[in-house]
Design a protein around this ligand. Structure first.
Ligand code: G6P
Length: 484
């Protein structure tokens, strides 16, 4: 029985069959901000149990043959249920709502097919709730992660009222108008699922407030505010299900940061030095604009490339003197809209290179491989970091690059990133839809003098490391243990 449990869709590793046909499985590190933050946090919690889903055939094979990592339990959810829950609801509905990504004239469509997928989402959440209920010791703390598992707190509370339950959202939370697009019964089920938690965590007050303003779902509902013994503020939602007692769910903000020492150590491993040497040879003494993202609709990679093209068109003095190192590695390729987006990114990079490149200068070096060592090498070389998401829960890359960049980098940062709340003062901030403004900010970033860049980078790095993953996690655990 575990006394601290964490639940998330993606776990710390995924298994891939070895290519030699031997049937053996290789473990790979999972991608994305949630996994990197939680892996670092849990490294100091050997007694914790991490419950995650088996995502692929390789993962299901690992479960079947008893291959696992210590402290990790993978749930072998039926592949059809998993597809409906992950692709159908989590990534096509909840992700789109929270990031405001819908192309409104054609989507969303809530029809019979949607109802079938919601059923799958409910079942998939239930599988987690049941596994957690079975593994948790009396009075244990359970920390549920992200929009994939929004119904788990409510379901788990019904199974195990003795547990202390927290939920953390790594994405933004949909604005009230967006949330109201959901059919009413589904919206209520979603909110009641979340309100099953004692504690709800978000990366910023913008997302926490969006949740609170959307959560007035019962006549007994109301809001409250207060602070914990340590002085941390919380806001809360009172709620009562028909006939039940009034309960209070506290809402707090934990802006996840990076562990500076650990990241710098990672960035100076020999394989990163090798990648750095190779990149330096390609780039020469030109300046660099660096971005590293999953090829994700919300990351706004296409407008980032358009801004870079406008910079080169409008200010020809930069031609031949700058290289855009863009890592945009594939993500969620089961969804057609992501495959199309990935293709659009590659096409535009190619167009820019054809239009503006010369024999000895390629304006965009696009890398579509998820190669962490190469990303770190690019961070070290960054003169400018381009972070222009339309809407983003936090965006850890905005925090990682200033910590690692060697000569200090100028940060071009979208107002839509969660990191904007903390980093805005020392960044060049841009409206993510305004390509011309982004192009001007790139120019300004490239021309920022070395001492101003160094000063700003120092302050950015200090803010980026203010709440490293371990502290982020322990703060939530302490809040969950507070007497109520
Ligand atoms: C975001 C989400 C995470 C997710 C990650 C990668 O950071 O908040 O929950 O794991 O993206 O996405 P994926 O669909 O590949 O797990």
């Amino acid at each position: 029985m575990a006394s601290v449990l964490v639940a998330s869709n993606r776990g710390p590793v995924s298994y891939v069959p070895r290519e030699d046909g031997s049937g053996a499985l290789d473990a790979r590190r999972g991608g994305g901000g949630l996994v990197s933050g939680l892996s670092a946090a849990l490294a100091g919690q050997p007694e914790a149990l991490w419950v995650c889903a088996a995502l692929s055939d390789g993962d299901r094979e690992a479960v079947r043959t008893g291959v696992s990592e210590p402290g990790v339990r993978m749930l072998p959810v039926d592949p059809v249920v998993y597809d409906g829950a992950y692709n159908g609801i989590a990534n096509s509905v909840l992700w789109f709502l929270h990031h405001h990504l819908y192309d409104i004239p054609v989507a969303p469509v809530f029809d019979a097919e949607f109802r079938r997928m919601w059923e799958a989402y409910r079942g998939y959440n239930r599988a987690f709730a049941e596994a957690l209920a079975a593994e948790a010791a009396e009075g244990a703390e359970v920390l549920v992660q992200d929009y994939h598992l929004a119904l788990v707190p409510g379901q788990l509370r019904e199974l195990r009222p003795d547990l202390r339950i927290a939920h953390f959202t790594h994405t933004p939370w949909a604005s009230h108008e967006y949330l109201r697009m959901l059919p009413e019964d589904i919206r209520e089920e979603l909110l009641w699922g979340m309100l099953g938690a004692d504690e709800l965590g978000f990366h910023t007050w913008a997302w926490a407030s969006a949740f609170i303003s959307g959560a007035h779902i019962d006549s007994a509902g109301g809001t409250a505010a207060g602070s914990s013994p340590s002085g941390d503020p919380w806001r809360g939602v009172h709620h009562r299900k028909a006939g039940g007692p009034v309960r209070n769910t506290r809402v707090r903000v934990y802006p996840l940061g990076v562990d500076g020492d650990e990241l710098r150590a990672l960035a100076h491993r020999p394989e990163v030095d090798d990648r750095l040497a190779a990149l330096r040879a390609e780039v020469g003494d030109r300046k660099t604009i660096v971005r590293v993202d999953r090829t994700e609709l919300s990351k706004n990679v296409v407008r980032g490339l358009l801004a870079y093209r406008e910079l080169l068109r409008e200010r020809p003095e930069w031609r031949g003197r700058v290289v855009h190192l863009a890592s945009a590695y594939p993500s969620r390729q089961d969804l057609a809209v992501y495959r199309d987006y990935t293709a659009a990114v590659a096409r535009l990079a190619e167009e820019i290179n054809t239009e503006l490149g010369t024999e000895d200068w390629q304006p965009v070096l696009l890398s579509v491989k998820d190669d962490f060592a190469r990303s770190l090498a690019a961070y070290r070389m960054a003169d400018v970091a381009l972070i222009n998401p339309v809407r983003d829960g936090m965006n850890l890359v905005a925090k990682e690059i200033p910590v690692v960049s060697e000569a200090g980098c100028a940060l071009v940062l979208s107002t839509g990133a969660g990191a904007y709340e903390e980093l805005r003062e020392d960044a060049l901030t841009v409206n993510p839809y305004d390509v011309s403004e982004t192009a001007r900010a790139l120019h300004e970033a490239l021309t920022t003098g070395p001492s101003e860049r160094a000063d700003r980078t120092k302050r950015l790095a200090a803010k980026a490391t203010a709440l490293p993953p371990r502290r982020w996690f322990l703060d939530q655990l302490e809040a969950l243990r507070e007497p109520r």
